[in-house]
Design a protein around this ligand. Structure first.
Ligand SMILES: Cc1cc2nc3c(=O)[nH]c(=O)nc-3n(C[C@H](O)[C@H](O)[C@H](O)COP(=O)(O)OP(=O)(O)OC[C@H]3O[C@@H](n4cnc5c(N)ncnc54)[C@H](O)[C@@H]3O)c2cc1C
Length: 800
């Protein structure tokens, strides 16, 4: 065994083996994989080996497509068999809502190049004859679905890694991971210590324990899972071809052929978490005891859907644990606050996702960043606030809803309310209908007395319509008030603060008393943040960005921190309200001790508001005359009382996120992780107008952004007015022109103020012309849409 290595991977399941292979593939051959037992000794050996591309997140679906296509390559490279069965699969829909969901998925697949299709009950019956299609409205067929041999595949990855120079060390358990001051690690095993430049935690069922060795908490938890294998069944073995997979969400089951019989697994509502207090080190190649009671209802349902099962005897039961993160997606990437420590954990579908996880992590380590946006599985998507108390109920909920319809406006109930601001009880008493962001309760809208306190989950327009329209009107005609809690806020101080901001942000850093908007770019010129920078003094700035990206952004700030600069996350300690609308200035004047009439658009001032010293910025995402007023969180309620009381004279009304997202459409403002994400560049999205090309600073991403400037992008973000009916664009709907898919939507919704359905999305640059008519596929229907190049609404008072 070597005693020094560039990368030490802890864990020889399918994920660790995939990471090892991809690192060597990208050119890092000095890689060691340490496995405490044999390869596959965690969840991997007892997996059912199924794989599929379906995933609500488009980038995850693309990575699943990559994983599935990789297996043939792996077989050719190693000469080993992965035991592939590319039999295709169909996901059933027996409610209109589920069919809507599948149609929306199908539409996304069009521009991703995935050949799925919606099929009817007769086609389902022809394809998968053991299915009772009574009540089935249709299904989504995916030819890429299939299954494989979990052990063979893991060994093929390991062989491929060895061929690339990696060392696979078995029967060696990591017992400690100790950081050195230079950022490298001592990995202590029961066979000796290895000095590693990088550590990858791919310890699957033991990932929590391995993370704790580095002093960190990874939000994942194991759940029990059970599948049954039947005796030989004539309806199966008499067929000429292998039976395809059938996913039956109503029955919470997946079914496939296994040899001459069937295999069926369940995601039962009556599920059970496993090893709540930690995974025992002695657990290995054993299974959990059979538990038919737990899956009794699911089995009864399956007998109706697949009557053949009732006659088929059960040959074996596989009941084992595997891990989930709170949202069911993996935890991948550099672990915030640790140097050279990487996570490849929480992979609940190792055979659909393992290849994509390995590729993305290897690109991150070798090339500095993954080629596509992997926010859906970034380990930094959960903040410091998360702990085992929150993770467990969320993981249970995720398991229970694994097969549920996922609605774009849905708010899941588990582990809530967890984090609340001082305004929670007051807003609740005012009729708040709550949403959740980054663990925090945020107001989606306010229901009036007599209106439901619950938004109906739907792909179509929901019961929030009236309330949203009401709040939008209140802002545009009077003054609206909205809590500022859901911004990520950072206080940047020090002698070198300006220089540091100039380097880390692509945009102009403003003069004292002024604000600027700026993209933050990765080294490859991708958008990794869109911020407002306000200069309070030459040594003190405030940054505001996405609340949900706090750990993501802090990890980046930490990486580049140098000189006399301190970055303090004040997201929760500095809060307040924005007031927006034609009467906003009157209200500010009524509460501020100083004269605010001279405050220009994009000015920042320290003002005395009531009892508080406030930072006031004249800017508003609503596109209206507006001010953001920040105070210490301890003073938020006093600020509220002052604004609310004085605001009565101006018709003040509270508004929530639904109204905010409608208002931004009037002006065509993009938003984080919709229009602005690491998948896109400044020139593609129009954020290049905020890049300070003339500043004499080699800001991060400059070379890439300059190169793009010299060769303009082939696609650009544009806005459309859509002839929608009862459903608006959400995201990733395909855009059709001349019978072909030429682009996709990034987001959309209904602009209540202008009375139009709006979509934003990418089109080939050469096709962009005012008035161009395209078609956008919304829930399987082609909707005419007209391209607009100017904002739908503009009001001079914004800058007056
Ligand atoms: C019943 C069942 C059916 C499933 N069916 C499917 C399916 O059809 N399709 C699908 O995609 N997924 C399925 N899964 C999930 C799949 O098994 C997991 O996604 C996958 O195995 C996760 O792999 P991993 O490498 O992350 O973790 P693991 O397989 O748990 O591997 C972790 C490895 O790390 C090693 N290790 C841990 N700690 C240390 C240490 N300190 N030192 C050295 N080594 C260490 C362990 O020994 C182990 O080998 C199923 C799971 C179950 C339980």
């Amino acid at each position: 065994m070597k005693t020094t290595t560039r990368v030490c991977i802890i864990g020889g399941g399918v994920v660790g083996a995939s990471v090892a292979y991809h690192l060597t593939k990208l050119g890092w051959s000095d890689v060691m994989l340490l496995e405490r037992s044999e390869l596959t000794s965690g969840s991997t050996w007892h997996a059912a080996g199924g794989f599929h591309t379906l995933n609500g997140d488009t980038n995850m679906a693309a990575l699943q497509g990559y994983t599935i296509r990789l297996y043939r390559e792996l077989e050719e490279l190693t000469g080993m068999s992965c035991g592939l069965h590319h039999v295709g699969g169909v996901t059933l829909a027996d409610t209109p809502e589920r069919l809507d969901m599948l149609k929306a998925e199908r539409a996304k697949h069009r521009f991703m190049g995935l050949e799925t299709e919606i099929i009817g009950p007769d086609e389902i019956k022809a394809l998968a004859p053991i299915t009772n299609v009574e009540g089935v409205l249709g299904g989504l067929y995916d030819p890429l679905d299939g299954h494989l041999d979990p052990s063979g595949t893991t060994h093929a990855y390991a062989r491929a890694a060895k061929m690339g120079g990696a060392e696979i060390v078995l029967h060696t358990r990591v017992v400690e991971t100790n950081p050195r001051p230079d950022g490298t690690w001592d990995v202590v095993t029961d066979k000796g210590t290895i000095h590693a430049e990088h550590v990858v935690n791919a310890a699957g069922l033991w990932a929590r324990e391995v993370a704790a060795m580095a002093g960190c908490y990874l939000p994942l938890h194991p759940m029990e899972h059970q599948y049954l294998v039947t005796e030989e069944t004539p309806e199966i073995y008499e067929r000429d071809s292998e039976h395809p997979h059938v996913m039956d969400p109503s029955g919470e089951s997946y079914l496939r052929q296994e040899g001459r019989g069937l295999c069926i697994g369940f995601y039962e509502k009556t599920c059970r978490p496993w090893a709540v207090d930690g995974t025992p080190w002695e657990f290995g190649h054993e299974l959990l005891p059979d538990d038919f009671d737990k899956i009794g209802d699911s089995i009864a349902f399956a007998f109706k859907r697949f009557p053949v099962l009732e006659r088929a005897g059960i040959k074996s039961v596989i009941h084992g644990p595997f891990t989930f993160a709170p949202d069911g997606n993996p935890l991948v990437g550099p672990v915030p606050r640790l140097r050279n420590y990487w996570s490849a954990c929480g992979v609940m579908a190792g055979f659909s996702q393992g290849g994509g996880v390995g590729l993305s992590l290897a690109q991150w380590m070798v090339e500095g960043e993954p080629e596509r946006d992997v926010m859906a599985m970034d380990v930094a998507r959960f903040g410091r606030w998360i702990g085992p108390g929150y993770t467990l109920p969320k993981v249970i909920e995720n398991y229970q809803t694994r097969f549920s319809v996922v609605y774009p406006n849905e708010e899941l109930p588990a582990a809530r309310p967890h984090r609340t601001t001082p305004m929670y009880d007051s807003f609740d008493a005012m009729g708040a209908v709550w949403g959740q962001q980054y663990g925090l309760e945020v107001v989606n809208y306010f229901a009036e007395p007599g209106e439901a306190r619950y938004e109906t989950p739907s792909f179509r327009r929901s019961n929030a319509w009236e309330a949203t329209a009401r709040e939008v009107r209140a802002v545009r005609t009077g003054v609206g008030i909205n809590e500022l809690q859901n911004f990520g806020k950072y206080r940047v101080t020090g002698r070198d603060a300006r220089g540091w901001l100039d380097r880390i942000m692509a945009g102009r850093i403003p003069a004292p008393g002024r604000l600027s908007l700026t993209p933050m770019l990765s080294e490859k010129g991708k958008i990794i943040g869109d911020f407002t920078v306000s200069c309070l003094s030459e040594t003190e700035f405030q940054l505001t960005g996405s609340y949900g990206a706090q750990d993501y952004h802090l990890r980046w700030f930490d990486r580049w921190l140098s000189g006399d600069v301190a970055v303090e996350n004040v997201s929760d300690s500095r809060t307040g309200f924005q007031i927006a609308g034609p009467r906003a200035r009157d209200l500010l004047a009524a509460v501020a001790r100083q004269d605010v009439s001279e405050m220009r658009f994009m000015d920042v001032r320290r003002l005395t508001i009531g009892l508080s010293d406030a930072i006031v910025q004249r800017v508003s995402y609503t596109g209206d005359l507006g001010y953001e007023i920040y105070v210490n969180a301890m003073e938020q309620r006093a600020l509220w009382r002052m604004l609310w009381d004085k605001g009565q004279a101006f018709g003040i009304k509270p508004f929530g996120m639904r109204a905010m997202m409608s208002l931004r459409l009037d002006r065509g403002f993009g938003s984080w992780m919709r229009e602005f994400s690491p998948d896109y560049t400044p020139a593609e999205t129009g954020l290049d107008r905020f890049v300070a090309w003339k500043k004499p600073v080699d800001f991060i991403g400059r070379a890439a952004a300059e190169a793009e400037r010299a060769t303009p992008p082939v696609r650009r973000l544009v806005t459309f007015v859509v002839e929608a009916e009862d459903a608006d664009v959400v995201a990733y709907e395909p855009i059709w022109l001349d019978g072909a898919v030429v682009g996709f939507c990034t987001s959309g919704g209904y602009s209540h103020w202008t009375g139009q359905s709006v979509a934003m999305g990418f089109l080939p640059a050469e096709r962009i012309v005012e008035g161009l008519t395209v078609e956008i596929e919304i829930l399987g229907q082609m909707r005419p849409a007209r391209l607009v190049t100017t904002p739908l609404w503009d009001d001079p008072r914004l800058r007056a």
